[in-house]
Design a protein around this ligand. Structure first.
Ligand SMILES: *Cc1c(COP(=O)(O)O)cnc(C)c1O
Length: 401
């Protein structure tokens, strides 16, 4: 096949791919560290990391070599057999999450589906009837498949696809009274993102998360924490809930877990996990040797590169820089976030600002119409953050004039 030029790649993409995304007219070709390069050779400082996926930055040699070695050995086995990479990966995840058992999936949304099924199965085992309810939060995001969509707080994502799964009740994030008001004898689970991502970067308050934990324990309800975005070191601890001192019954992880290969997982305590019996759940690809070789290398590199330390240090600088920017522009309302998961809320729409930033060589994404999200690779340096702030300031100056 001939090498396609940038224009023809874009026009063919528009004719062959489903029109589910409004894409920027950029064709990305390669990445290195915190930088991306397009087919025209233009360089971008990346503060999206493929939506919180590339925690280790692009083109990490050790990671690439581990994948290549596993490709030459064995890519896939099916889950009817054991393989060493998946056992190692499950153990590493067990240790990182503080949970007892792990089920690997191919994506975040699929891990959420599994978590819903597990919570419902536990309820069914206990009560002998299938009439359970789940309490989800307003402005939450849990994915695009039918179950995940059913518990996603943004109405416009849900309505065209109804009827969705039943028994979902809504509570206000950071409002313990509203969760109490929804809890009944039928509640199987409460699901929360410790830091809401797509909903606009809203960290849970300490009182709220601890309060929900207490409430769930008291009522024998499963607490599911969705750490697909805020997990894997993003906030400065392996999982955000660890900074809250809150242990869930089910923890859901994905995005940075494989740093680019499709892998997610839901993990649970022994008591909750024991509700699943052989045949209750499955996946063909989930947790195959290839993706698990990636997961193992990711956990190894988190240690050897001291990723959590870097997040804590650079996260502080990112907060400081964004606070300075917030104070300088009347159209920025506030900064919110934890570690290297930050958001700036504007009083105006951010679409054009992001387009200008990308034009200026800085990759950013939004979280809703008014929030710019900052999710750099977790290997980002203080210099990178200063450079980001410099480019962004230039863009904001051109907007305010
Ligand atoms: C991205 C995301 C998901 C869905 O993950 P996919 O891999 O896109 O299916 C679920 N929950 C949260 C909090 C997310 O940010």
């Amino acid at each position: 096949m001939n090498e396609m030029d940038t224009k023809s790649i874009i026009s063919e993409a528009e004719s062959v791919l489903m029109k589910t995304y409004g894409r920027y007219r950029i064709v990305l070709e390669k990445g290195d560290g915190v930088y991306l390069y397009d087919t025209e050779g233009k360089e971008y400082l990346d503060f999206c990391a493929g939506i919180a996926v590339f925690a280790l930055g692009y083109n990490n040699k050790e990671y690439n070599d581990a994948l290549k070695a596993q490709i030459d050995k064995l890519i896939h086995t099916s889950n009817y057999f054991y393989s060493e990479p998946s056992v190692k990966a499950a153990n590493a995840l067990k240790k990182a999450s503080g949970m007892d058992r792990v089920f690997f999936t191919n994506s975040g949304t699929e891990a959420i589906e599994g978590a819903i099924k597990l919570a419902r199965k536990r309820y069914y085992e206990k009560k002998g009837v299938a009439d359970s309810e789940i309490i989800a939060m307003e402005h939450s995001f849990h994915g695009r498949s039918m179950g995940s969509l059913s518990i996603t707080g943004t109405k416009k994502y849900r309505i065209p696809f109804e009827p969705l799964i039943g028994g979902v009740k809504w509570a206000e994030f950071n409002d313990i009274e509203s969760v109490k008001a929804q809890i009944t004898d039928k509640t199987a689970a409460v699901i929360i993102e410790p830091v809401q991502g797509e909903g606009g970067i809203h960290p849970a308050s300490k009182e709220f998360l601890a309060g929900v934990r207490e409430l769930c324990s008291e009522k024998d309800v499963v607490l599911i924490l969705d750490e697909v975005q805020c997990g894997m070191g993003r906030t400065g601890s392996m999982y955000a809930c660890q900074q809250y001192g809150v242990k869930p019954d089910i923890l859901v992880t994905a995005k940075a877990l494989g740093c680019g290969v499709p892998v997610g997982a839901f993990c649970a305590t022994e008591e909750v996990a024991s509700a699943f019996k052989p045949g209750d759940h499955g996946t063909t690809y989930g947790g195959n040797p290839l993706v698990c070789a990636a997961v193992n290398k990711v956990f190894e590199l988190f240690e050897s590169l001291d990723i959590l330390e870097n997040v804590k240090r650079t996260g502080k600088l990112l907060e400081k820089k964004l606070d300075e920017i917030t104070e300088s522009y009347g159209f920025i309302k506030e900064r919110r976030g934890m570690g290297l998961m930050q958001g700036l809320e504007f009083s105006i729409e951010v679409k054009d600002i992001i387009a200008k930033a990308i034009d200026s060589g800085l990759m950013l994404i939004s979280a809703g119409a008014n929030v710019i999200r900052f999710l750099p690779p977790l290997t980002v340096t203080e210099d990178d953050i200063c450079k980001m702030a410099y480019i962004l300031t230039g863009v904001l100056d051109s907007v305010s004039r």
